[in-house]
Design a protein. Structure first.
Length: 371
């Protein structure tokens, strides 16, 4: 699948490579073609370096140990290289923006349907790839929960440069990050959409032993454990589930690697969820909660906790034909309809003249919109 990002065409498979001075590049797993104004370039990753083929035919080799803060080492600025491999999804639109936050171990692709639907209604949409995501479970295990909050905050600040008002929408762990932003930026966030909010994975597909993990209090102990998500992987629609699994395995990775989670990652998620639960009482913005009654990863009790804990107005929508990934599953059309309606009403309140012209959702059958 090719996706246009910042004017470049890149393949949507990446791994992380971290360099000194905190510079992190999302580097493509395989060689790709990147279209530039001056010609074409390709970026490839090997064990110890990155090779960049420039339009003039020269190849620049950058060691992981080198300082990439100067243009002379690679023939282009750091910002240009970051643009080449940027995995974020950004869809420009009007002055009202929607920040989408994917779940733990996920990627912006799980929010793409929602992003495109909101964009069609005139909203500016940004969905960032969170810190340490997009690679292996070992990479994900290097992050702390504060890193994910920092990623969400940086994305919010970036979107704020384009929009006067922002609505935050998160899926699963992304919903926890949404609560963080709404609590910390209570005067700036206009509204909140929480899809399958998860304070703890207690759905019917989660092994009982996971409950015992809650007693662990040290990160080093948590690192001794490993977990693996199992079927149905948050998707009720069998045809869609097969398609997603086949797509994820195209590069030969086993399912155990794709859906594996180190104990340290689960430990950091628990710390994020615990802090988000404490901040519920500080969230006063209008909130829309969408959760499935049959959620395989997180029970409906997680959504009810939001309803009971928030001080602001909360609307709860309970789906009856989806599992955890409601932004991808059978009722994704309903999720989009509710999100657009909610965002449109908020836009009319905060800045009436900014309401998107296309903000009325068509009354076409949902099955047709989902197909």
């Amino acid at each position: 699948m090719l996706s246009s990002v910042h004017g470049f065409n890149i393949h949507k498979r990446y791994v992380f490579t971290t360099f000194p001075q905190g510079l992190t590049l999302q580097v493509l797993r395989r060689a790709v073609r990147v279209t530039l104004d001056a010609g074409t370039a390709s970026v490839a990753q090997c064990a110890t370096s990155i090779a960049i083929d420039l339009p003039d035919g020269n190849r620049k080799i950058i060691s992981r140990n080198k300082n990439m803060s100067t243009e002379s080492e690679i023939g282009m600025s750091v910002e240009q290289v970051k643009d080449l491999v940027a995995p974020d999804l950004f869809l420009p639109g009007g002055p009202v923006g929607v920040l989408l936050l994917h779940g733990l171990g996920g990627a912006p692709v799980e929010m793409r349907f929602l992003a495109q639907g909101l964009s069609r209604q005139g909203f500016t949409v940004l969905c960032p790839l969170l810190k340490a995501h997009g690679g292996s479970d070992l990479l994900l295990n290097t992050a702390r929960w504060s890193d994910w909050v920092a990623s969400a905050t940086a994305a919010y600040d970036r979107l704020r440069e384009h929009c006067d008002h922002i609505i935050v929408c998160g899926q699963s762990a992304g919903a926890m990050l949404g609560i963080q932003l709404a609590a910390d930026k209570s005067r700036d966030v206009s509204g909140l959409v929480l899809c399958s909010p998860t304070f703890w994975p207690d759905g019917w597909a989660i092994p009982r032993v996971m409950q015992l993990f809650r007693i662990i209090r040290q990160r080093w102990v948590a690192d001794l454990f490993s977990f693996s998500e199992r079927s149905p992987y948050g998707i009720k629609d069998e045809r869609l589930r097969r398609f997603v699994l086949e797509s994820l395995q195209q590069d030969g990775r086993p399912l155990a690697d794709i859906f594996g989670r180190k104990g340290g990652t689960i430990f950091e998620f628990r710390r994020l969820a615990d802090d988000s639960r404490r901040k519920l009482a500080h969230v006063t913005v209008p909130t829309l909660v969408i959760h499935s009654r049959e959620d395989d990863q997180a029970s409906l009790g997680n959504a009810l906790r939001v309803v009971r804990g928030m001080k602001g107005p909360v609307e709860l929508i309970v789906l009856d034909d989806s599992y955890h990934l409601v932004t991808l599953d059978r009722q994704r059309g309903q999720v989009l309809d509710r999100a657009v309606s909610f965002a449109t009403k908020l836009a009319a309140q905060v800045e009436p003249q900014a309401v998107p012209v296309k903000a009325v959702v068509a009354e076409a059958p949902r099955a047709a919109r989902q197909g």
